[in-house]
Ligand binder design. Structure first.
Ligand SMILES: Cc1ncc(COP(=O)(O)O)c(C=O)c1O
Length: 385
């Protein structure tokens, strides 16, 4: 019904992933882009139609979220994730990352400690440092490529100065969808030590198993949590800069909104609103097809590497189109592998070490592209390793 095989030329469209690959990767040129976490698929026509309607109206003044938009988010959370939220919990923002940075400021003071689980999406640790907070890492346990939380280590790392725990759920880059038991155990530790949780759930819709929002686990955990989400990843509309925070606790919400207003993070682009409402009211069938295509690309990559007896390994992710490739079985250093990928194979993957030191000898491959293009990239990789 939807054609995810269509190869769409994204050159000269101001897109970071393709137009700025060479600039980002420095000396290496003519690279195939498999890095930034957006997809090479067209957003569904229900979103394009809704945006066209606005374009034809022709007036693009200041905006505020409408009741229909708010209801679309509430219904999506309930129907898709069995998570009940109310209008008063919601704040619209111009991105998960800007909102995350605001939340760090709102819930802690300079010099306070913030804990997060590495390896992890790098802006999450950058903004702890940018806000002059102390970054404390609670590395995930790597069990032959299947990652789990190390809650024993977490308890050891907590001090009187620990104010925030940052959760990436589902986890980028390791692809875990945390289950209810894991989230409950984590939430209870945070409750015991009076620590607030910021949960980045931007990948929640791109899951291949049941997703649980941490704030849906118990009322007590919801009361210490600020959740960040967006349709940006799900529907390939990240460039529209729209996201939202969900906060059950009214005083936490006030503190968050105050910083978000001060930083102008609450000012959202009209098309972000329009696209979100269309996605959440009309986009479900597209999303279901997309997930099948992504699962197929993941399986294809897995079989391709196995069939070529490759020493590059990965465990199939439970969510996202991001593959956390392990190069440890090759007898090369991380830098040697990086050079081979960029210089010889001419493919641009994210460097694992940018997600933390645990990413040494890992590279993250974005497989959200037509399978024909994915196969080209895999052939290039196989030919040099
Ligand atoms: C875990 C995670 N959070 C947030 C973002 C970016 O969110 P936004 O573009 O809304 O700031 C990304 C993008 O890759 C991500 O992977």
């Amino acid at each position: 019904m939807y054609n995810f095989d269509e190869i769409i030329n994204r050159a000269n469209t101001s897109c970071l992933k393709h137009d700025f690959t060479d600039a980002y990767f420095g000396d290496y040129k003519n690279l195939q882009a498999l890095w930034v976490a957006d997809m090479d698929f067209k957003t569904p026509s229900c979103i394009i139609d809704a945006m066209n309607e606005k374009i034809n109206h022709g007036i693009f003044g200041y905006t505020r979220p409408t009741k229909t938009l708010i209801n679309s988010v509430i219904s999506w959370m309930k129907d898709k994730h069995n998570y009940t939220i109310k209008e008063e919990y919601l704040s619209f923002v111009n991105g998960v990352v800007p909102a995350y940075s605001s939340a760090i400021e709102a819930f802690s003071a300079i010099g306070d400690e913030v804990i997060l689980q590495t390896p992890v999406y790098y802006p999450l640790f950058n903004h702890i440092k940018n806000n002059n907070r102390v970054l404390v890492t609670n590395p995930l346990k790597n069990n032959n490529g299947y990652y789990t939380m190390d809650l024993e280590d977490l308890e050891k790392k907590i001090t009187k100065k620990t104010k925030i725990f940052v959760l990436c759920s589902p986890h980028n880059p390791v692809g875990r969808v945390w289950n209810k038991e894991e989230l409950e155990a984590l939430g209870n530790i945070c409750l015991k030590h009076n620590i607030k949780i910021i949960s980045d759930e931007i990948h929640a819709d791109l899951v291949f198993k049941k997703f649980t929002a941490i704030a849906s686990v118990s009322e007590e955990i919801a009361d210490i949590t600020l959740t960040l989400n967006s349709a940006g990843k799900t529907f390939n509309i990240a460039g529209l800069n729209c996201a939202y925070a969900i906060c059950h606790n009214a005083s936490m919400k006030r503190a968050f909104d105050k910083v978000s207003i001060k930083r102008e993070v609450n000012s959202v682009n009209l098309f972000g609103f329009v696209a979100h409402e269309a996605a959440y009211t009309k986009g479900l069938s597209w999303l279901e097809e997309l997930k099948k295509y992504l699962q197929n690309n993941i399986d294809f990559t897995y079989s391709f590497l196995k069939n070529h007896n490759s020493k590059i390994e990965f465990v199939k992710p439970e969510a996202t189109y991001l593959l956390w490739l392990n190069f440890n079985k090759l007898n090369n250093t991380h830098e040697e592998n990086k050079h081979k990928l960029l210089n010889d194979a001419k493919v641009a993957l994210n460097d694992g070490t940018s997600f933390g030191k645990e990413g040494n000898n890992f590279f993250r491959l974005n497989c959200a592209l037509p399978q024909e293009e994915l196969e080209k990239a895999l052939n290039k990789i196989i030919s040099v390793f």
